[in-house]
Design a protein around this ligand. Structure first.
Ligand code: ADP
Ligand code: MG
Length: 480
C-alpha cells in the first residue's frame, strides 16, 4: 500500500475593517438592510469612477510587513472578468501581475515546534456581493458586501495535514486581530478560505493534481473538508483512478463535497490593468511609519514568554491568544518588575482565576474590574508573606467585585497572615488541649493526624495563620 503525503495550500480572504468600501464611500457595516450600502461605483453604473481607500492600503501593508513580505513600491490593480449576478460591473477589481506583497511567511506553534508556512503573495481586491438562493425558485442579491476591501493571502503548498491547515488559519486570524486590520470573524465572512489539496506518494518531490475546496466557513470545516478531500483522493488514486483538477464545493451539513466546475485557467478571466485606477505607489516613509506602528506580534510574544519567563507552550498560547489579554499580562509583569518567577505566578492567576471570572461574566479583558498592576501587587503580597496563597483567592474575589487594590482589601477585611509565632502557638496549644484523644493517638504513632490539627488551627484563625509555621509549631508541640 502506498503511503500518501497530503499537500495543502490555502487562499485566505481577509476582509479589511475599513469604515468605507475599497473604492467608494459606502459603509461596510455587517448586517445592514440588504442593498442599503451601495453607490454608483458599487453598482457599476456608467461613468462612476473608483477612488482607492487609503486605509485599506495601510491595512494591507501592515499585514504584509507583519508576515515579512516584500512590499512592492509600485503595484497595480487589474480587472478580473467574469459574470455573476452579485458582480454588477462584470469584473472584480483585483491584483494580478503586480501584487502589493510577495514572499513572507506565517509562523505558528504546532506540535511543540514553530511551523513556518511560506506565502506566495498577498494582494488587494474587492469583495463581491452575496447571492442568497431562496428555495429552488428564486435567488436574491445583496450588494452590501460588494466593494468591501479584501486581502487575499496565498500560501505556498507547505501545509501537510488538515489539522495544520486549521492551525494556520487560527494563526492568521490571531495576526489580523493583533494588527486590528480585520475582525477575523469567520461566522461573519471576515475570514474565508479556499483549500487546495493534493496527495503524493511520500518521498516524491513532484506535486500531485489538486482539487480546490470552496465554501469553507469555520475552523472546524477547514479541518473536516480537508480530511474528507484527502480521504477521497487516496480512495481514487489507491484504486488506480486519476484526480481531475477541479473546484469542489464543501457541503458542511452533508459532510461531503461535490464538483462545482473543472478548474478555470487565469486566461479565462482576461485580466488586464484597470485603466480607471492609477498605479499604487508606496513611499518608503509610509512603510517606515506603518512598521513603527506595528504591535509586538503573537509569535514574538510567545517566544518571549517561553524563553524569558519559562512558561509552557500551553500557557504561552493561552496568554497570547488575544492581544488584549497578552497586554494585560505584560503590564502586570511590568508592574511587578519581575523576573520569570513573578511572571509565572501572574500567568497562573490570569489563566485560572481571572479568565474563569471573565468567562463566567462573558466579559472581555478590557472590561476586567481588576487592573493589571493590582494583580501584580496581589502576587507581591503572597511573595512577601503578607497573605497566604489561599487567602489570596478570597482577596482576588473581593478585588474582582469591588475593583479595589489588594492592599486595601487585606487591610479592610483584616486578612493579613498571622506569622507571629507566639500568637499561633497559643492557638495551637488550645487546640491540642481540646483534643486529648487525637493527641494520644498521634503520639501512639498515628502521624497523619497532623493534618487534622493543622486544619483546626487554620479554622480557628479563619485561614490566616501562616501554614508553614503552623506545621512546624504543631510538630514541635506534639513531639514535646
Ligand atoms: P489559482 O487557484 O488561482 O489557480 P495558484 O495556482 O497560484 O492559484 O494556486 C493557488 C493555491 O494552490 C496556492 O495556495 C498554492 O500553494 C496551492 N497549490 C498549488 N498547487 C498545489 C498542489 N499541487 N497541491 C496543493 N496545493 C497546491
Ligand atoms: Mg484559487
Amino acid at each position: 500500500m502506498t503511503d500518501w503525503e497530503p499537500v495543502i495550500g490555502l487562499e485566505v480572504h481577509v476582509q479589511l475593517a475599513t469604515a468605507t468600501k475599497a473604492f467608494s464611500p459606502s459603509g461596510t457595516a455587517f448586517g445592514a438592510t440588504p442593498n442599503s450600502l451601495t453607490d454608483p461605483t458599487v453598482l457599476g453604473l456608467p461613468g462612476a469612477l473608483p477612488v482607492f481607500n487609503r486605509r485599506a492600503l495601510q491595512y494591507a501593508i501592515a499585514l504584509g510587513l507583519a508576515t515579512g513580505c516584500t512590499i512592492r513600491e509600485r503595484s497595480r490593480f487589474a480587472r478580473k472578468q467574469y459574470f455573476y449576478p452579485d458582480l454588477p460591473k462584470g469584473y472584480q477589481i483585483s491584483q494580478y501581475e503586480e501584487p502589493l506583497c510577495e514572499g513572507g511567511a506565517v509562523e505558528f506553534l504546532f506540535g511543540g515546534q514553530v511551523r513556518r508556512v511560506r506565502l506566495t503573495r498577498i494582494h488587494m481586491e474587492e469583495d463581491a456581493g452575496k447571492s442568497i438562493h431562496h428555495s429552488n425558485v428564486a435567488s436574491w442579491v445583496d450588494l452590501n458586501r460588494a466593494g468591501v476591501p479584501l486581502c487575499e493571502v496565498v500560501s505556498e503548498p507547505d501545509i501537510r495535514s488538515a489539522e495544520e491547515a486549521a492551525e494556520y488559519m487560527r494563526a492568521l486570524r490571531q495576526l489580523v486581530r493583533y494588527l486590528g486590520v480585520s475582525g477575523g470573524d469567520m461566522e461573519k465572512g471576515q475570514l474565508r478560505c479556499d483549500a487546495n489539496v493534493s496527495i503524493r506518494p511520500r518521498g516524491q518531490a513532484e506535486l500531485g493534481t489538486r482539487a480546490e475546496l470552496k465554501n469553507i466557513n469555520s475552523f472546524r470545516f477547514v479541518q473536516n473538508a480537508i480530511e474528507h478531500e484527502i480521504a477521497r483522493q487516496i480512495r481514487i488514486l489507491g484504486s488506480g483512478g486519476t484526480i481531475v483538477q477541479e473546484t469542489r464545493l464543501w457541503d458542511s451539513d452533508a459532510g461531503t463535497s461535490r464538483s462545482m466546475r473543472t478548474k478555470e485557467e487565469a486566461e479565462d478571466y482576461r485580466y488586464f490593468p484597470d485603466p480607471d485606477l492609477p498605479v499604487v505607489k508606496v513611499e518608503s516613509a509610509t512603510l517606515e511609519a506603518i512598521k513603527a506602528d506595528l504591535p509586538e506580534l503573537p509569535m514574538a510574544k510567545c517566544r518571549r514568554y517561553l524563553d524569558d519567563y519559562g512558561l509552557s507552550e500551553d500557557d504561552a498560547r493561552t496568554l497570547t491568544a488575544e492581544r488584549s489579554l497578552a497586554e494585560f499580562f505584560d503590564s502586570a509583569v511590568e508592574a511587578h518588575g519581575s523576573s520569570g518567577k513573578g511572571a509565572k505566578a501572574i500567568a497562573n492567576w490570569v489563566q485560572s482565576e481571572l479568565l474563569r471570572e471573565l468567562n463566567r461574566d462573558g466579559k472581555d479583558v478590557g472590561e476586567c474590574p481588576i487592573k493589571a498592576p493590582h494583580l501584580a501587587e496581589l502576587v507581591s503580597l503572597i511573595e512577601k508573606g503578607t497573605i497566604s496563597g489561599k487567602i489570596a483567592k478570597d482577596v482576588f474575589a473581593k478585588m474582582y467585585q469591588t475593583g479595589d487594590p489588594p492592599g486595601i482589601v487585606v487591610e479592610r477585611e483584616g486578612l493579613q497572615q498571622i506569622s507571629d509565632e507566639s500568637a499561633i502557638e497559643e492557638i495551637a496549644r488550645k487546640i491540642l488541649s481540646e483534643n486529648p484523644k487525637q493527641v494520644a493517638s498521634y503520639q501512639a504513632g498515628k502521624q497523619n493526624l497532623l493534618g487534622f490539627f493543622v486544619g483546626q488551627v487554620m479554622k480557628a484563625t479563619r485561614g490566616k495563620a501562616n501554614p508553614k509555621l503552623v506545621n512546624q509549631l504543631l510538630r514541635r508541640l506534639l513531639d514535646e
